[in-house]
Design a protein around this ligand. Structure first.
Ligand code: NDP
Ligand code: OXD
Length: 317
């Protein structure tokens, strides 16, 4: 007997690797790709999606669950016709490890002034600069979920002073934690390197604006404040980041995500000397790692066990 079918609805990534991997591992379960899948619409029970076209998933009347192929779900929730099936997101050790690598890389890049030494190398300039120890430098993580907490463990090992901010109260060993609107200013005032690992929700949209960036600690051991955003582009106001860099509220920024992706060629962010850009790949979703994760979820669901990592639609993450 054929298992209940899957539809892959993927935009913005090459779907071929996902299709091959799902077909290789799905056993007797049919795997269809949107929009061809519409011919078999009634047989589809599971949607595995990344940035599906708005309204696409509503065309499958028997959907039982929706799987985001990434950790974030904002790409699904923006669809006003999204079916009411439960939505599970990716939580996976490989993806988490990638994000922690990115965070450690960029925190150390700012901490050890790599961009400055790059510029000096281009000018054949041999000049040493004061280097505070990590134990004197405060890193603040916005978003203390799966990714934020894993990054914290790696940063802790290096010795940074750690602050964290989340929606609800948290207690994390070795971390000074803050939460909610009431805790935000105090968190920022004690943060020199701000690492953003928040989801995009109505509450977090445009949170990284000039007023917020001006509240970061500029007179700490590093002598300036730095921003690392690997959460979502819709959290940041591009013009405000440039303004913060130009007026000195920020000394540097690493940006992996942007309100419009790919980042348009004419954006001044590309050419700003204090900005480091990566193409939304701090923790890419990799079919060879993640397809089995989703198929395990489906197997669990069909055994009558609860899905894992189901998001709260009202909260938006
Ligand atoms: P989680 O859901 O595990 O954690 C989200 C964290 O954000 C929680 O600590 C939550 O607080 C906090 N948060 C949510 N809303 C608010 C708010 N209004 N105010 C303060 N804190 C808030 O998510 P993950 O850690 O797995 O992933 C985080 C995000 O990283 C994803 O949503 C995605 O956008 C992004 N991401 C980016 C990738 C990339 O390649 N650039 C790859 C993977 C993910 P609380 O704990 O109180 O609920
Ligand atoms: C994700 C992403 O949410 O890659 O996983 O952005």
């Amino acid at each position: 007997m054929r298992g209940q079918a899957i539809v892959l609805a993927i935009n913005g990534w090459d779907p071929r690797g996902w299709e091959q991997r799902f077909r290789a591992l799905a056993g007797n379960r049919a795997v269809h790709v949107f929009p061809d899948a519409l011919q078999a619409a009634d047989s589809i029970a599971y949607a595995c999606a990344w940035k599906p076209d708005p309204g696409a998933l509503a065309k499958f009347p028997n959907l039982k669950a929706i799987f985001s192929l990434g950790a974030g779900v904002d790409h699904l929730l923006r669809d006003p016709r999204l079916p009411q099936a439960p939505i599970a997101r990716i939580v996976d050790p490989g993806l988490t490890q990638r994000m922690t690598e990115y965070v450690v890389l960029h925190v150390l890049m700012h901490h050890r002034r790599v961009r400055l030494y790059d510029a000096q190398q281009r000018a054949c300039l041999w000049r040493d600069h004061d280097q505070p120890p990590a134990t004197d430098v405060s890193v603040g993580i916005m978003g203390l979920g799966v990714l934020g907490q894993d990054a914290i463990e790696a940063l802790k090992r290096i010795g940074f002073k750690l602050n964290g901010w989340s929606r609800t109260e948290k207690n994390i060993d070795g971390v000074q934690t803050f939460h909610g609107a009431a805790g935000l200013d105090l968190f920022l005032a004690q943060t020199e390197i701000l690492v953003v690992l928040l989801p995009h929700t109505p509450e977090t949209e445009r949170i990284l604006n000039l007023a917020l960036l001006r509240k970061l600690k500029r007179n700490g051991a590093l002598g300036g404040a730095y921003l690392i955003n690997a959460g979502r582009g819709m959290l940041q106001v591009n013009d405000d980041i440039v303004a913060a860099l130009d007026e000195g509220a920020l000394a540097g920024a690493s940006l992996d995500v942007f309100p419009i992706e790919p980042l348009p060629k004419e954006s001044p962010l590309w050419r700003h000397s204090k900005i480091t850009i990566t193409p939304h790949n701090s923790a890419s979703s990799v079919p060879r790692e993640l397809v089995q994760n989703v198929l395990d979820q489906i197997a669990r669901f069909e055994r009558g066990e609860p899905l894992q990592n189901v998001i709260d639609r009202k909260l938006g993450y």
